[in-house]
Ligand binder design. Structure first.
Ligand SMILES: Cc1ncc(COP(=O)(O)O)c(C=O)c1O
Length: 283
């Protein structure tokens, strides 16, 4: 799973200190797990503002002897997403678990990308890792085989029995993505889907309040609040009765959340937007 990478990136590469762009519970967890191997610190963080925004590059504080900077491209719980990626002078690592293959990405900007595939690409049980050969040379020596990225690279990802069915499924999804027109087309479709919901929030005269600041909004997870927790509970119950399921926000944040990954259709987003407009009118 993705969570194993919270530990593994530190096991392999944390030698002096690791810098973290802390934008939500996933990077927070990664920082804690990696601290088993050495010093970790926040290069920037939006924690004090309930992770409602993506920090700007000119606020980054990078310490000397930083082995890497670690980031999470999309934050499922808070509904924020990096719109563009930072340029830093040390190796850049990115957890793309929740937006991998939802948009084109300049892979060469990163030294290490990983993604648990379960959001956009296939069933849980597979993690895709993309790592620069130059970085593999710096893998910590003496690690147990299963903790070392070099083991997986040296054995073409078949050091131990791979989850063949899950990988087959990923292959089918990759073909499906090509049939949709590839990542550029899927990006446009995802943007259109998200716009249906954000337009509804922005046009609601403050009845729906987006959690993320506008410049940091996620195209994958749309998070919002209603005027009171009671109304939120009513909203979720009525939505569920109309088969609009999974709208309750993550327990750590509350409110509401629409997760609209690649597999969610434009019609589904339109149905939710229609319901939101109707619900507001009734109050
Ligand atoms: C960005 C991100 N990283 C990591 C994880 C954890 O992945 P897993 O549940 O496969 O351990 C998730 C889970 O949803 C996630 O959204």
């Amino acid at each position: 799973g993705g969570s194993m990478q919270f530990l593994m990136h530190g096991a392999n590469f944390l030698k002096h200190r690791g810098g973290y762009l802390n934008t939500g519970i996933w990077s927070d967890k990664a920082m804690k797990a990696a601290s088993y191997y050495g010093e970790v610190y926040e290069v920037a963080s939006s924690k004090a503002d309930h992770f409602s925004y993506i920090p700007k590059e000119d606020t980054f504080m990078v310490k000397p002897d930083t082995d890497y900077i670690y980031m999470t491209s999309n934050n499922t719980v808070h509904g924020t997403q990096w719109q563009t990626f930072p340029h830093v002078d040390v190796p850049l690592f990115c957890d793309m678990s929740s937006d991998f293959l939802s948009r084109p990405v300049a892979v060469t900007n990163f030294d290490f990308i990983y993604a648990g595939v379960q959001k956009n690409v296939g069933p849980a049980g597979v993690v895709v890792g993309i790592i620069k050969d130059s970085l593999l040379k710096h893998v910590r020596e003496g690690l147990p085989d299963m903790l070392s990225y070099r083991t997986f690279a040296d054995h073409d990802s078949t050091y131990n029995t791979p989850p063949v069915f899950c990988i087959y499924f990923v292959n089918r999804v990759a073909h499906w993505l090509e049939e949709q027109g590839g990542l550029t087309a899927i990006e446009a479709r995802n943007a259109k889907k998200a716009a249906l919901l954000y337009d509804c929030i922005d046009g609601s005269d403050g009845f729906y309040r987006g959690h993320a600041t506008k410049d940091s909004r996620s195209v994958m997870n749309v998070t919002f609040n209603l005027p009171t927790p009671e109304l939120e509970a009513k909203f979720v119950a009525e939505a569920t009765a109309r088969d609009l399921i999974g709208i309750k926000g993550h327990r750590s944040l509350g409110g509401c959340r629409a997760s609209i990954y690649n597999a969610v259709t434009e019609e589904a987003c339109q149905a939710l937007a229609d319901f939101m407009n109707e619900f507001k009118k009734k109050q």
